[in-house]
Design a protein around this ligand. Structure first.
Ligand SMILES: *Cc1c(COP(=O)(O)O)cnc(C)c1O
Length: 217
């Protein structure tokens, strides 16, 4: 689907639900996609992209960012502490802060480097074993711990279970954000970004609907 169609659908849902036009940022998730498709979307003027692996992002984005000034890169996949420094140099936003050890590492590197990407805490709203993210019941304490370490938390992020109605998970994430005074909400993907906007998403992460199905072969 052309980028302009996705942007139109976002605007339409903002209007329908009484959200301010332009209040939702589209994060185009470009992981695994052929580079020419990514370049085509950059050439159309889009600048906010998401990647889920540090190594993959490091292989393509420094060059693309040189060619297309103004790129804002989001990490939307799990971050190992041994890659934290590289991630902090590469990404403008880390959406997957999800455990105390990583928070302590980011805080230490922030002091050392004198800079830090914008941060979102990932919440495992479905309490799934295989998924990253802090448990909903532990989110308030973890957010407080991050703040005590001097980390500013801009938003929360979730990936709902594949087989459940996502709106309930989006509503839960919005509730946790509200009671912690957090404005950013990264939620909604190709199949459900309109429902996420209806629940207050400030960022939707859309991959295959823009670029086509990912070919892992
Ligand atoms: C891949 C990915 C997306 C995009 O998924 P689509 O279904 O292709 O839109 C969004 N968020 C995260 C965390 C992802 O890993």
């Amino acid at each position: 689907m052309p980028l302009s169609d996705i942007l139109d659908r976002i605007r339409a849902e903002e209007t329908r639900t009484g959200r301010a036009p332009g209040s939702t940022t589209l994060v185009a998730v470009s992981k695994v996609q052929p580079i020419d498709r990514v370049i085509a979307v950059l050439a159309e003027g889009h600048r906010v992209f998401g990647e889920n692996k540090v190594q993959e992002a490091a292989g393509k984005w420094p060059d693309l960012s040189d060619r297309f000034p103004g790129v804002e890169l989001h990490l939307v996949g799990p971050l190992q502490t041994n890659k934290a420094r590289q991630a902090m140099e590469l990404f403008d936003v880390i959406e997957t802060l999800d455990r105390p050890k990583l928070a302590r590492t980011l805080a230490r590197l922030k002091d050392e480097m004198g800079q830090c990407p914008r941060l979102f805490v990932q919440v495992n709203t479905g309490e799934e074993d295989q998924k990253a993210g802090v448990m909903p019941a532990e989110a308030d304490a973890f957010i407080a711990e991050c703040r005590d370490l001097g980390l500013e938390i801009e938003g929360l992020m979730c990936i709902p279970p594949a087989d459940e109605e996502p709106s309930l998970h989006f509503a839960l994430l919005a509730k946790i954000a509200a009671r912690n005074g957090i404005e950013g909400l990264s939620m909604g993907m190709s199949g459900d970004f309109e429902r996420a906007i209806a629940q207050g998403a400030t960022h939707v992460r859309v991959g295959s609907a823009i670029f086509g199905e990912r070919d892992y072969g």
